[in-house]
Design a protein around this ligand. Structure first.
Ligand code: FAD
Length: 640
């Protein structure tokens, strides 16, 4: 049976020693955040995660959710309802919410630490309150006063939950294809008709009401086509009765739930809106702006899921590697006499260590990066100084797609590697390792696939908004701090060369190609422009990975800096700091070199990716058949 122990030492190291979160008290809204309360929350949440929520992880996976078509209900696995009650009673649903609506007003960075424990313990369970917090944020930012008064106290207390309804059968990545229709009613409300699919927590029995935030197109000739014509609506499952309770059922019913590879404890629903009553959130046709508040938060949440699953699978891989005895160390094989020694724990074998240290270094680096960026989010929203707010927002914006994609790509590999440590036993259900891997797989896909995160990074964050320089300054600053603290010059040199220089050079390459494209298209050669943009698309994933590998290296320098300082202050201090330094060395020896291959691939651009026409890819049965394909213009022809 797998186990989970909240990594409180590591969390405290990141929060208190590296980030010094108590400096947030200088912000008026956080002035009253007191360390004893925070500590109590960390410890109480750890207990809840370990003793109540984790034990439901494997049973929730086995049982799954049950949909009744007759009753139009979804029942969550045994124990989820009681655990959710305890979660709400512990004040966790409102931990980082506005006190005006009943929240505790704590910083988001601390909320991340609590959410990490819940997601490690049971990702499927954690998704129910996770989505509610996103809905809370979107309404808090764009809702009317009346909407806030009606919905926010209920979302904060956890009595009602939230969903995010974007996807439709014909519309996934491309939200401009949304068909759900909203017809304005004489009373100012809208009547929504359409089908949404894959809606997480879309129907369940944990709360007395569900607040759906739905993207739809207003049925009016003035509605612009595509993404510019999308609006956002609140559609509650039950109508609020105006006194904090619920009235009649809205016709927004769950038609089915999906049978999935993982996260069986979370209901993934098809929702049918059959003339359901809804209210506009924000301005008409500006739905994407409002929904982005929720999506950005959800992207941090998915990055967190990647970190959380890497952590829990690591803990189990490590426990097994310390216990399981097999074979002799390599040195013994050169000495016949030593071959009769008893077998050693498999953690003594370099290859097992490679698996474990890869997970450990990526997970601890990810924890610092995510908590740091969450703290920047707090600063970007609440700092009294405008320039500080803007700079923090630039960091949040540029690193959001990097964290979402890099942590979740790593989580799939990390949960796989932790399973590998178990050998064949990892493939057997009772050890629980395959569940972590199955649960992790969706994180690369939802909230915008990782390929789309890469396009967002290069298209919007780097080329359009030019956000890299803020990050590069932070990176340089931390290299200098590392030098002052006495961090190994080899590590610092590698971060400067493989990190700062390669990221700068790759970005220069990207921008030059784009500028060239614009120049040539202005000169009346649009095909060159297209070709250049294709190149940028071809570089995107490698660029994001390069950024992610460097950002985690950057975090290791920050951790090594603190570890060095602590060891200087007290040379006999805990082996905890020695372990940080050793893990930093591993990261720079064995993970950082990936930057070289990625840089080369980026420089080579996209020609070889795009020259093969679709019909030459090989045999595939398609619904349309190859004959009806319109042969796309080949870049090589376009260039002629
Ligand atoms: C378990 C689960 C839970 C989910 N929860 C929710 C939810 O709560 N709410 C919600 O609204 N949705 C939810 N989704 C839907 C999810 O967000 C979408 O599946 C995802 O956005 C991708 O859309 P798609 O599946 O239609 O893939 P497509 O958009 O068809 O993409 C297919 C492939 O093509 C690539 N691709 C597409 N367009 C481009 C492009 N322009 N450039 C480069 N590559 C491209 C993609 O990266 C992908 O690899 C959930 C899905 C699952 C499976």
């Amino acid at each position: 049976m797998p186990s989970y122990k909240a990594p409180l030492d590591d969390m405290r190291f990141v929060l208190n020693e590296v980030l010094n979160v108590s400096q947030l008290k200088e912000i008026r809204e956080f002035a009253a955040v007191d360390d004893a309360t925070v500590n109590q929350f960390l410890e109480e949440t750890a207990k809840l995660a370990e003793n109540v929520i984790f034990p439901l992880n494997a049973s929730g996976d086995r049982e799954g959710c049950v949909h009744s078509n007759n009753e139009k209900t979804v029942t969550t696995p045994k124990g989820f309802k009681e655990a959710y009650q305890q979660f709400c009673q512990a004040g966790l649903t409102g931990f980082a919410c506005d006190p005006v609506f009943g929240g505790l007003g704590m910083p988001q960075v601390l909320n991340m630490a609590l959410s990490e424990m819940i997601s490690s313990a049971n990702m499927a369970f954690a998704m129910y309150p996770g989505l509610s917090h996103g809905a809370y944020n979107a309404l808090h930012t764009y809702g009317t006063d009346e909407q806030k008064e009606t919905y926010l106290p209920k979302l904060v207390s956890g009595e009602w939950s939230g969903t995010m309804c974007l996807t439709e059968p014909q519309c996934g990545t491309d939200l401009g294809l949304v068909k759900t229709k909203a017809v304005k009613q004489p009373d100012g409300s809208y009547m929504l008709t359409g089908t949404k699919i894959f809606i997480s927590s879309g129907e369940h029995d944990l709360t007395s009401n569900i607040v759906h935030l739905v993207l739809a197109r207003i049925d009016d000739p003035s509605t612009p086509p595509g993404i510019k014509g999308i609006s956002l609506f609140i559609v509650p499952k039950f109508m609020p009765d105006g006194h904090g309770g619920v009235a009649e059922r809205n016709p927004a019913f769950c038609g089915r739930i999906e049978e999935k590879m993982g996260i069986h404890g979370n209901a993934t629903c098809e929702l049918n809106f059959d003339g359901a009553k809804g209210w506009l959130v924000g301005e008409p046709h500006k739905g994407m702006r409002a929904m982005f508040v929720m999506m950005n938060e959800a992207r941090h949440g998915v990055a967190l899921q990647g970190l959380a699953l890497s952590e829990v699978s690591y803990q189990n891989g490590l426990a097994y590697a310390l216990d399981r005895k097999q074979g002799q160390p390599i040195e013994a094989k050169m000495n016949d006499a030593a071959l009769s020694n008893p077998p050693v724990p498999i953690i003594m074998h370099p290859d097992v260590r490679r698996e474990l240290l890869t997970i450990k270094s990526q997970t601890e680096g990810a924890r610092l990066l995510l908590y740091w960026i969450s703290m920047q989010l707090d600063i970007s929203l609440k700092s009294p100084d405008e320039e500080t707010r803007k700079e923090a927002k630039r960091l949040v914006d540029v690193l959001t797609p990097v964290m979402k994609a890099h942590f979740t790509d790593n989580a799939v590999d990390n949960t796989n590697s932790a399973m590998q440590v178990f050998g064949g036993h990892g493939y057997i259900k009772e050890h629980g390792m395959e569940q972590f891997n199955r649960d992790a797989r969706i994180t690369r896909m939802y909230e915008g696939t990782n390929g789309v995160q890469a396009l967002d990074l290069i298209g919007r964050k780097i080329m359009k908004e030019n956000l890299l320089s803020t990050y590069l300054s932070a990176l340089w600053h931390d290299i200098m701090e590392g030098a002052k603290a006495g961090v190994s010059p080899i590590i610092l040199l590698r971060l400067a060369k493989s990190g700062w220089c390669r990221l700068w050079a790759a970005t220069f390459c990207l921008r030059t190609r784009a500028a060239l494209g614009v120049l040539l298209s202005k000169a009346g050669m649009p095909n060159y422009m297209r070709r250049t943009m294709i190149d940028a698309g071809a570089m995107a994933t490698d660029y994001l990975r390069l950024f992610g590998v460097i950002a985690l290296g950057h975090m290791w320098v920050r951790m090594a800096t603190v570890a060095k300082l602590r060891l200087k202050e007290n040379p006999d201090s805990h082996s905890f700091y020695e372990a940080k330094l050793a893990t930093a060395r591993f990261y720079f020896d064995h993970i950082m070199p990936q930057t070289r291959a990625l840089s080369r691939s980026i420089r080579r651009g996209g020609k070889s990716l795009m020259e093969l026409p679709p019909e030459s890819f090989g045999h595939a049965q398609t619904n349309v058949g190859l004959k009806s394909w319109t042969k796309p213009e080949r870049p090589s022809e376009a260039a002629k």
